[in-house]
Design a binder for this molecule. Sequence first.
Ligand code: GAP
Length: 463
Amino acid sequence: MEKIVSLCKRRGFVWQGSEIYGGVGAVWHFGPLGVEMKNAIKRHWWATFVLRREDVVGIEGAVIMHPKVWEASGHLEKFVDWLIECKHCHARHRVDHILTPEEYKIDEKKSEISAHIKRQIKCPSCGEELDLDFIAKAKPFNLMFKTYLGPVEDRASLTYLRPETAQSMFTDFKLVLESSRQKVPFGIAQIGKSFRNEITTGDFFFRAREFEIAEIEYFVKPESVEKGADEKAFDEWFKLWKKFYTDLGIDEKKLREYEHPKKLLAHYSKRTVDIEYEFPFGWSELAGVANRTDYDLKRHMEFSGRDLHYFDEEIKEKFIPYVIEPTLGVERVMLAVIVDGYSESDGSDGREKGEVVMHLHPTIAPVQVGCFPLVKKDKLPEIAKKIYKGLSEKRIRAYYDESGSIGRRYRRQDEVGTPWCVTVDFESLKDDSVTVRDRDTLKQERVKIKELNDYFFSKLNLS
Ligand code: GAP
């Protein structure tokens, strides 16, 4: 992991936010390569689940919503982590990170916790024992960031930065329905910034306080109208969600499913299954699919006084749809593909031992084609620059480099996951062709300069 952290900083993928001031905990900035990659992931997600589907439309809701939204959604009351404070070092820890689900019980009504522990529990920070008394003093801590609307900082102007994008898809359910003329089953998709004042941080940018969620609220007939429609949609979305990762080349053996135990389900969920990836720091959540039933729409009807029923023309019946919610963190996709794609050569593939290659899928690689002149003379740079411009104009992410030996330039691109490099050499002056080198096979092939756009278009499945 240390090598990946250092590569990401050195090559301009990711670094700590406000670094010159010592940094802000769990807040990250994306550099020139990182932002290209993140944008490519988002575009790919949008194309897969919105543009290529007739039954899904997108919206872009705001980060700041009416404070009542968070009351209705249950976040104000229930979006909490239970924290204990170590009496020795005063570090705060999440109860669910220290105890197993069997070892404690939360009484939400009384806002208290009881624990049954048959082992010694030590503070992860100082190593001193945490006794039962201290666990009983655990307090709920709401993860939403507070802010104020307007100049007066009082209760009436208090609101929150959204901790998930989902809620605007529920509040706008009727507006989307009326403007897009969709019929149940259909989905609303959104990608957007979300904010959580996370207690446990670390593991690079895996758990951040500001991050982007890409999620869909897929509305289906409720159990009372069509039994099993929700379960069927759940299974279908789960398969598609997993396929999104394997299509990006993630090793299937490093993915597993985690079914949330009933006791630990989020307040809105009937069923949640996560997709986990085996990171160097352990199996951790990449994405999830939840069955939110009619919880959210019902709550917003209750709190707003608006009618959010759906009228089904075919069966001439009015109902509140159930919702299947596939969700994922954009940065976690990025971290997983970087970790999964990172490799160091053992020397048997034609590279020198220890050389780093990042096997990123061409769709999301920050640079798709490196363009080099073999040497900096005899018109080779002009030809290479022209190729670079031609590819860039066709919206292929190209990069021009003429500094250092050709071997070094290949290594620099291998390290950031560039799938192909084009080299203009002396032969090019005679045959109007260039060498295209493939990052994974190291095969080199001659391609006519005028055919390069089509060549990469077909490799990238573009038209
Ligand atoms: N609307 C449902 C929802 O927000 P979630 O599991 O709490 O569900 C969605 O979050 C996804 O966002 C997760 O699967 C995870 O990939 C990502 N995520 C959650 N918390 C995160 C954090 N602190 N930093 C980065 N990504 C996070």
